[in-house]
Each structure stands twice: as C-alpha cells, then as structure tokens.
Design a protein around this ligand. Structure first.
Ligand SMILES: Cc1cc2nc3c(=O)[nH]c(=O)nc-3n(C[C@H](O)[C@H](O)[C@H](O)COP(=O)(O)OP(=O)(O)OC[C@H]3O[C@@H](n4cnc5c(N)ncnc54)[C@H](O)[C@@H]3O)c2cc1C
Length: 316
C-alpha cells in the first residue's frame, strides 16, 4: 500500500488527507498543533465557496476550480458533516456607492455567469443577486474530519513541528503548512479578522456582501441567530487579537445594514493569516523532497479539493 505524509492540517491538508484515504493511500498526518487545535486560518474562516463574489479580489482563473471542488464538497458531506448550503448571494452597497456595483457587475458579465438585475434591498441600499453560491461551516468540518481521521485504520496523526527540509517522513510528502511554509519564495501573510455574534433580531438566511470602498463587510448566517461578520484584509502576518479599529468598522457597517445587530451579543473574535502569493492565486510547487500546495489566500475551501486532486493524481 502506498504511503503519503501530509504536513499541516488546515483545509488544504485536511482535504488532501481525506482524498488520499479515499484513493486508498495510507496517510500519516503531521501538525505542530494537536488534532483538536482551533489555531489555523482554516478553522476560523468564513467557509464561503463563492467564486463569482470573489471576482472583486481575484482573477477569473478562480472559476476553473469551482465545479470539481463543489462536487467534491457535496459528495464528502454524505460522510463528513460540513453543513454545506447553496443559496443566492446578495451583493449590495449604499445607494451613494451604486457606481461601484456597476463596475462589479461589468466584471461578472465578462465571465458570462448569470446575475440578477437589481433586486429590492433595505432602504438606502442597492444590490443584485448571484445565483447559487456555496458556504459551509469550517468548525463542523474540523470536528467531523477529526473523528474520521481518528477512526480510520490507514490514518495516523502525529503532533510535531517540522522544519523546512521535512526530515524523516515516509512515502510521498505533501507540504500544506500555509503561512508556516516560510521556505516558499514570495509567500506572504494577509491578516483577516472576524466577529461572531448572536443576533436574535436579524433575519438573514443567505450571504450578504456589502461593498464599500473602505469598509467592505460580509454577513454569513450560521442558523439559530448566529452570524459571522467579516473580514479585514491587512498586509501583515501578525496574528494577535482583533483590533479596536476592525471591530468598530465591522460592527458599524453591520448595524448600518441591519439595525437588528445593535442588540447582538458578541460571542467571539477571530484572527487568521491567509497564505498568499503575489498573483493571489494558489500554486503547486515541486521541492527537493516534497510537493507543496499553498497560496490559497481568501479561498482555501474553494481551491483545496481541486488542488489536492491534481497532486494526488500525479502520485498515483
Ligand atoms: C478572517 C478570514 C476569513 C476567511 N474566509 C474564508 C472563506 O469564507 N472561504 C475560504 O475559502 N477561505 C476563507 N479564508 C481563507 C482561508 O482561511 C485560507 O485560505 C486557508 O485557511 C488556508 O489554508 P491552509 O491549509 O493553506 O493553511 P492553514 O489553515 O494556516 O493551515 C496550516 C496548518 O499547518 C500547520 N503548520 C504550520 N507550520 C507547521 C510546521 N512547521 N510543522 C507542522 N505543522 C505546521 C498549522 O498548525 C496549520 O494547522 C478566510 C481567512 C480568514 C483569515
């Protein structure tokens, strides 16, 4: 039986491990933290799988990854609970920023993907919908994949911090260390901060992305009055606690969109570092004794299945 060693248990390492087990490999997984650690960008992420909405930040190359990845998440959901939802995304802006929305619409139309005409919005806002984009719950994915790894006979987890030359590992080595892979040229960190709130007065059951030149915001409903509100984009790999500035920006924009957030309870603040290359696109790199998958930036959940499949196909 062929052996694979996978280093890093963020979304890239997890998806690669799950797929490798599915393809019949024996898998050794290494992470510097414990299996139940909550300390990775992937754990705190929004979990959106929404390539059209992301065209504001990424090149249209992102679209090539969508269909394989989405089908993989749909399939894996039968065994590993991720709470995958597929709903229309509302893209909106304050009325005075309507021209910004027109630019975004133009970019989307160039890709020939469908969008709605303007839809009714809250007073003072204008917006349109992107049909059927996905989002999942990273916490559920982590918990449920942890159980899967623990119960799988061909899978072993080792808590170990590995140096860049990844010594003493068996089989083919796949490096998924995110921002921990300091050896990769031009890899940098982009800090993201997010708040989790309980807002019993807010009735939103789909993603809302509010475009603003300085304070963009997304609202992700988690059910039972829970919402994730995010996220900042700061050129830094400082993962200390959320700043007052970001908290104010997120909360002020959220309240201006829906006053129901005024009485919300802040449950959690979360910070993660997005591993990013200058192109904002991910890369598969062949190193001396390993292959690395990295640079998934804002879209680890979208890119991971497609990238993992590409790498594993070469190893088979
Ligand atoms: C606020 C925020 C919101 C986001 N929202 C979304 C979203 O909605 N949708 C989406 O797709 N993406 C989102 N992202 C981006 C997403 O989180 C990243 O793209 C993704 O987490 C990167 O995954 P990764 O597996 O490469 O790295 P990580 O998640 O950072 O995982 C790397 C793993 O490697 C381990 N490691 C590091 N160094 C070593 C070492 N030397 N030895 C052993 N182990 C090591 C770490 O402990 C960690 O477990 C968001 C990010 C942030 C910060």
């Amino acid at each position: 039986m062929k052996k694979i060693s996978i280093i890093g248990l963020g979304v890239v390492g997890r998806v690669t491990s799950l797929m490798a087990l599915e393809y019949g490999f024996a898998v050794d997984i290494y992470d510097k933290n414990s299996l139940s650690s909550e300390d990775s960008a992937s754990y705190i992420a929004g979990g959106m799988i929404s390539p059209i909405s992301e065209l504001d930040y990424c090149s249209s190359d992102i679209l090539e990854y969508y269909s394989f990845s989405m089908n993989w998440w749909k399939k894996i959901e039968q065994e590993i609970k991720v709470d995958l939802k597929i709903k229309d995304t509302l893209i909106c802006a304050f009325q005075q920023d309507a021209s910004e929305l027109e630019l975004i619409k133009k970019r989307i139309r160039l890709t020939k993907n469908p969008i709605s005409e303007n839809v009714p919005c809250k007073l003072g806002f204008t917006g349109f919908k992107i049909p059927r984009e996905g989002f999942l719950n990273p916490r559920k994915f982590f918990r449920s994949s942890n159980r899967f790894f623990q119960n799988h006979k061909k899978c072993h987890f080792f808590q170990k911090k590995l140096s860049n030359d990844l010594p003493g590992l068996e089989g083919s080595i796949i490096d998924c260390r995110g921002i921990g892979a300091k050896n990769l040229k031009n890899l940098r960190g982009v800090r993201g901060e997010l708040l989790e709130v309980f807002a019993k007065n807010v009735q939103i059951d789909h993603i809302v992305r509010l475009y603003h030149p300085r304070y963009p915001l997304y609202i992700i409903p988690r059910g039972a009055g829970l919402f994730s509100l995010g996220a900042s984009m700061i050129e830094s790999d400082d993962n200390s606690a959320i700043s007052v500035r970001t908290s104010l920006e997120i909360l002020t924009t959220a309240v201006s969109y829906d006053e129901g957030f005024l009485e919300a309870r802040i449950l959690n603040s979360l910070v993660g570092i997005r591993p990013t290359f200058p192109s904002s696109l991910p890369k598969i790199c062949k190193n001396k004794n390993s292959i690395s998958i990295n640079g998934v930036f804002r879209n680890g959940y979208l890119y991971a299945p497609s990238l993992a499949h590409k790498v594993l196909r070469e190893i088979i």
